[in-house]
Design a protein around this ligand. Structure first.
Ligand code: PEP
Length: 252
């Protein structure tokens, strides 16, 4: 079964209400909703989820959150639960390297978040990736294996689940992994998922590449057999760029 590719935009802590609205309107005007054969997901900051969800209503564009807390509700000031997200989003990014790096998120946290997302029927986008020093020390595979094992402990992934391979050294740097290296890392991730989740699931889940993806490199990346699209930061904030990447992936 061929895997349907995905272009997901991680807006991070960018836009304000007017800019969020303008970006979605720009995407609609660029015809993003009419491009078939590829899933489009926008991940705005929490406070604009409702606005974006309302703006994309009736289109084929989906909405994702950038994070969540695993508890259902309670005394967790500043946190947002899966139950709350479900009103506005279908996808949730989990374990982004910025969360791991700046907010101390561990593989155990990622595992708890993944369980909450799956318990609520949301689609996870689980991020893994090695840092530059880890890569240079020849530890890329060890790091990816530990992150995958930690994230997937006692979890049964649905075929709709998504993993994003995001080498930390490539995020926001303008230096993307080569298509061959990204393909090899993603093949490795799939091979690590197989013994944990079964071959069929490992073949069915989408594994994206993220890290300085742009309209200039997405076609080559998406043409690789293991790469099922992109998780895109900076280049997702410009409507025409996002539209170009969606088109490139649809025709890859
Ligand atoms: C990201 O935010 O996940 C990301 C990959 O960022 P960028 O595309 O800007 O490197």
């Amino acid at each position: 079964m061929p895997r349907t590719p995905i272009i997901a935009g991680n807006w991070k802590m960018n836009t304000d209400a007017a800019a969020a609205r303008e970006l979605v309107e720009g995407l609609k005007a660029a015809g993003v909703s009419d491009i078939g054969g590829v899933e489009k997901v926008l991940c705005p900051p929490f406070v604009y989820l409702q606005l974006v969800a309302e703006s994309v209503k009736g289109t084929s564009i989906a909405v994702g959150a950038q994070n969540l807390h695993w508890e259902e509700k309670g005394a967790f000031t500043g946190e947002v639960s899966a139950t709350m997200l479900k009103d506005f989003a279908t996808h949730v990014i989990i374990g982004h390297s910025e969360r791991r790096q700046y907010f101390g998120e561990t593989d155990e946290d990622v595992n708890q978040k993944l369980r909450a997302v799956l318990d609520h029927g949301l689609t996870p986008i689980v991020c893994v990736g090695e840092t530059g020093p880890e890569r240079n020390a020849g530890k890329m595979q060890d790091v990816l294996r530990a992150q995958i094992k930690g994230a997937l402990a006692d979890v049964t992934l649905p075929d709709s689940a998504v993993i994003a391979y995001e080498p930390v050294w490539a995020i926001g740097t303008g230096v993307a992994a080569t298509a061959e290296d990204a393909n090899a890392a993603i093949a490795f991730i799939r091979s690590e998922v197989a013994p944990l989740q079964g071959d069929a699931t490992a073949q069915a889940i989408r594994i994206l590449y993220g890290g300085s993806v742009t309209p200039a490199n997405i076609a080559e990346l998406a043409a690789q057999p293991e790469i099922d699209g992109g998780l895109v930061g900076g280049a997702s904030l410009v409507a025409d760029s996002f539209a170009q990447m969606v088109k490139a992936v649809a025709s890859s």
